[in-house]
Design a protein around this ligand. Sequence first.
Ligand SMILES: NC(=O)C1=CN([C@@H]2O[C@H](COP(=O)(O)OP(=O)(O)OC[C@H]3O[C@@H](n4cnc5c(N)ncnc54)[C@H](O)[C@@H]3O)[C@@H](O)[C@H]2O)[C@@H](O)CC1
Ligand SMILES: [K+]
Length: 478
Amino acid sequence: MRTAYCVETVRSAERELMARLRDGALMQRAAAGLGAACAELLGRVYGSRVVLLVGSGDNGGDCLYAGARLARRGAGVTAVLLAPDRTHAGGLAALRRAGGGVARPGTAEAVIERADLVVDGIVGIGGKGGLRPDAAALAEAAERARAAVVAVDLPSGVDADTGEVHGAAVRADLTVTFGTHKPGLLIDPAREYAGSVRLVDIGLGPELPAEAELEALQHADVAALLPVPGSESDKYRRGVVGIAAGSARYPGAAVLAVSGALRGGAGAVRYVGPAGDAVISRFPETLVSDKGPRKAGRVQAWVVGPGAGDDAATVAEVLAEDVPVLIDADGLRLADRDTVRARTAPTLMTPHAGEAAALLGVAREEVEGARLASVRELAGRYAATVLLKGSTTLVADSAGGPVRVNATGTSWLATAGSGDVLSGLAGSLLAAGLSAVDAGSAAAYLHGLAGRFAADGAPVGAHDVAEAIPRAWRDVRD
Ligand SMILES: NC(=O)C1=CN([C@@H]2O[C@H](COP(=O)(O)OP(=O)(O)OC[C@H]3O[C@@H](n4cnc5c(N)ncnc54)[C@H](O)[C@@H]3O)[C@@H](O)[C@H]2O)[C@@H](O)CC1
Ligand SMILES: [K+]
């Protein structure tokens, strides 16, 4: 499991740890890890040109000490100081002792333009809001330059706790972060600014609380969640998932939701709705019923909404069932909020940013720019588990606990019907007995991986993604 902690938690863990260490020890650990990562990126340190962008806090201190390490190995290191009178004194002295220098006023842009590597120590977890104009100018110069950019702890200008980016921020190729990931490094849009992320252990682990603010499942975590039939299993014990989806106008949504559900681990898939013929001709193993959800027979979890058009009655009927329900697509618009809130069985809602924006009454860009706040707000409003789809999918539960973030997705997944496959897959995992948070995050993980396998660098259709789910499943369990 990859975990991320907010600034406040990091600060208090650091205080605990620093109380037991000599002054400056943590910064030396950070600088050693940072220096090593920079050296690796440079390949040849001797003779390389390194420019340090140095703000007035400890982030600048890390940067200066790492720069001193590179200077001792023969790099030409120049520091650009944003606030010369408030620069970390120890770090600057170390850089000078190692043979590094400070850029003369007015030469910053020229120095950056000639650099092989720019190290961004403008601001770290002490940052507030978008970069100030003088810092923003340096970030822009670094973006224009051909140099590789390494961010210290965080790309300067991104919000560590939320992943929001307000105004200019540094675009890094690599971010070297200390002690723990910060939520912003795993959530878009900030994640994109971070490039690849390397975590340097500075001994913070034992001081961090057991429960993180954000979690990202890895292969082993997903493998442990996936249901495996035992020798005594029959289809009912493995779970029956009901799919109430599709309409005369959108029969394909039903087919795709069923295609995801068949690969999700439930023992049987029951389909209810007007697209029965289309479903059965593609997937003859589906149990098809035209009697409506209540009379469909045994179901351990329902998926309602994909391609549902305006069929509010079916949505209401499903929500009245006392089993886990996944609401997607049209169902999100048709579901009555108070009814969802009053449910005692789990509810998992799976909006994309546009659907989430409609439910929240804000613009789509607002949701995309503040994904963490949006998913939490929706979970609270509906007293449900909410999976917000996107380049970094988030899953939040109204009861609190860590928000899950999924990063296996690929932009090739932004294709019609891909969400229907996900809802079937997640519904199937719900029927197999996973909690709403686990079902949502394991489904997002498998779906993302399946998308990568199916796409392999080329456009794919949603049915290709569904067909690649077994491969994703095997890959995770290997
Ligand atoms: N606290 C610790 O134990 C450790 C901290 N470390 C480093 O220290 C950093 C935190 O240091 P600080 O608390 O000094 O804070 P920072 O260095 O992150 O930022 C504070 C400085 O940035 C300026 N600033 C804030 N917002 C700005 C903006 N929007 N535009 C331009 N300038 C802005 C402030 O005026 C202040 O001088 C971490 O990110 C990490 O790099 C590491 O050395 C490891 C140990
Ligand atoms: K930084």
